[in-house]
Design a protein around this ligand. Structure first.
Ligand SMILES: *[C@@H]1O[C@H](CO)[C@@H](O)[C@H](O)[C@H]1NC(C)=O
Ligand SMILES: *[C@@H]1O[C@H](CO)[C@@H](O)[C@H](O)[C@H]1NC(C)=O
Length: 405
């Protein structure tokens, strides 16, 4: 849809933010381009977006999915994950695993996305008027990543109903905690360790907003804190002390200008100084300063790329002052390559992180999903009915392609 027409439609038609059900489609009058699953898809997407599931509070959306999948004949397994900040007392967190058929699955392909969203909750809304591919749907998670969750479920429902896949060849995996620590996917990954016989998937399809393009990869990440320790004193006599803020400013200027590595596929490594603190008053030489950094790593390999960048930053800090800085990174990984060699897809490279590096193992990885990251996490998060329907078709193509490999 052209952006101009979205804007016009919105100006003329305020959001339906009410809870009442829209007349989603009247089958008798369904336009020829509306797929038969539209009503079900939009209903599922609406239910998912309407349930608040900020990271830590995924219990209700998990229970909803368990019910929805069990009702359609899926075998559903819950995999419990430790509570985190934001988990209400007595509420459990769990990943949802689902497949058709035998009790113990041995799937060739895993189709996965996450159930948690970033705060704050934003209510579901669908544009008034006749439903079409251009109808806009908004709300927290409408894109990231409940657009993926809903379209993955419908895609697999359709393939199963058409007998295009065997029940236990494909497993759905919806995880908690992707937006914070990836603890849901890590728990799943750890659960595969020591399985006998060892569990290996042919392919894993990850759902995140890629504008329905097949991603060739995403940047790595490195998440760090830098602190500087100075010597306090009177601001009129700077030579009597040592300013932690001044050291930090010099260090950060060097770091943001430094070449921290680049590649043709991923571009430059970039640094975001997300938080900057230091000092106590205008007339006191600051003793402490601290900074939090998110670095988007453009170089690989996946296991090592972040450490290479970390060493370059450490060298800059050492050069500025050999003693004043402490530099601590909580986690990091190099650039992540995914398979984008599937006929029929436009391709893209993205700058955000995903759960992909949190799932260990030797499998082909795909990254694909509806909606754009440029509005995810913001107040304007939205996508269109057509985006969702294209994703259903896209996931079906990817699942069938992955099963053929
Ligand atoms: C990447 O960094 C180089 C300098 O290191 C700069 O010349 C170039 O414009 C940067 N590219 C982008 C896309 O920002
Ligand atoms: C909806 O998303 C598009 C990007 O796909 C964005 O350009 C537009 O501003 C958003 N609209 C609203 C009302 O948030």
């Amino acid at each position: 849809m052209r952006p101009a027409s979205i804007a016009t439609a919105l100006a003329l038609a305020p959001w339906a933010l009410c809870a009442e059900q829209q007349p989603l489609s009247n089958p008798a009058h369904r336009p020829s381009h509306a797929p038969a699953y539209r009503h079900e898809l939009l209903g599922l997407h609406k239910s998912l977006v309407s349930i608040e599931s900020v990271s830590g509070n995924e219990n209700e959306v998990g229970n909803f999915l368990v019910g929805r999948l069990a009702e359609r004949g899926y075998t559903v397994d819950l995999q419990f994950v430790a509570p985190m900040d934001g988990t209400p007392a007595g509420r459990e967190r769990f990943n949802v695993l689902a497949w058709h058929g035998r009790r113990r699955p041995n799937p060739k392909v895993v189709v996965t996305s996450h159930m948690d969203v970033v705060p704050p909750h934003i209510r579901y809304g669908i544009e008034h008027g006749e439903l079409s591919k251009d109808t806009v749907i908004r709300g927290r998670g409408s894109v990231d990543a409940k657009g993926s969750v809903a379209t993955m479920v419908i895609a697999l429902d359709q393939l199963l109903a058409a007998h295009k896949v065997n029940g236990d060849d494909v497993m759905l995996l919806f995880v908690v905690g992707e937006e914070v620590a990836g603890d849901g996917m890590r728990t799943f990954s750890d659960s595969l360790d020591g399985m006998n016989p060892p569990r290996r998937f042919e392919a894993v399809i990850f759902g995140e907003p890629t504008e329905n393009k097949l991603a060739c990869g995403h940047k790595g990440g490195l998440f760090c804190e830098v602190t500087a320790r100075g010597v306090p004193g009177h601001s009129g006599y700077p030579w009597l002390g040592k300013s932690a803020n001044e050291l930090m400013v010099r260090a950060m200027a060097r770091i943001v200008d430094a070449d921290l590595g680049s590649t043709a596929l991923f571009g430059n490594t970039t640094v975001n100084i997300g938080r900057f603190e230091g000092g106590v008053a205008a007339n006191v030489i600051p003793e402490h300063a601290s900074v939090k950094l998110a670095v988007r790593v453009a170089i690989g390999p996946e296991a090592e790329g972040a450490r290479v960048v970390q060493r370059k930053i450490q060298a800059i800090l050492d050069e500025i002052d050999g003693e004043a800085f402490t530099f601590h990174c909580t986690h990091g990984y190099g650039s992540v390559e995914t398979n984008c060699d599937v006929p029929g897809f436009e391709t893209v490279v993205v700058n955000y992180g995903t759960d992909i590096p949190n799932l260990k193992g030797d499998h082909t990885r795909y990254l694909y999903g509806p909606g754009t990251i440029l509005v995810a996490h913001g107040a304007r998060e939205n996508l269109t009915v057509g985006d969702l329907e294209t994703a259903v078709e896209g996931y079906q193509k990817l699942i069938l392609h992955a099963l053929k490999q």
